[in-house]
Design a binder for this molecule. Structure first.
Ligand code: MG
Length: 154
């Protein structure tokens, strides 16, 4: 059976935190505010998988009130979700919205990292990046947003 899932996440940005995207640290003066490493892309990806499986959301599986997840690597959370929710990936399409830095130089590294965590071929994983045209909290550099849509076969 084919199943579709959608994930969305937003994190505040602040000075002195690492900017994590797809398990890769992106050079930036600001990073995500979070209990975990704040990898906004991976959080959207995890929610897309859980959504496709109709099995709750990232907060129900990994509560941000649990000290065990303090500063944890989101790539490990994704690997755990993949291991506990068997599926065949058709494809996943992601969009990151961030005003700066421009992500184009890092897109391929992010795509390879995400592909590896999903056990996917490169052509099954799409990562797109855009700015928010200086509008709203993302455009003002106060936040970063990510979306993911996944199609799986179970
Ligand atoms: Mg999050």
């Amino acid at each position: 059976m084919l199943r579709i899932g959608e994930g969305w996440d937003l994190h505040q940005l602040t000075e002195g935190r690492a900017l994590m995207l797809g398990g890769i640290e992106i050079p930036s003066s600001k990073g995500e505010v979070a209990h975990s490493d704040g990898d906004v892309l991976l959080h959207a990806v995890i929610d897309s998988i859980l959504g496709a499986c109709a099995d709750g959301d990232i907060g129900s599986h990994f509560p941000d009130t649990d000290p065990i997840y303090k500063d944890c690597k989101s790539i490990e959370l994704l690997k755990r979700v993949v291991a506990t929710h068997p599926f065949t990936l058709c494809n996943i399409d992601c969009t990151i919205t961030l005003q700066s830095p421009h992500l184009r130089p890092f897109i391929e590294s992010i795509r390879v990292s995400l592909s590896q965590a999903l056990g996917a071929q490169d052509n099954q994983v799409s990562i797109k990046a855009k700015t928010s045209e200086h509008l709203g909290p993302v455009g003002e550099g106060k936040a970063i947003e990510a979306r993911a849509v996944i199609l799986i076969e179970v």
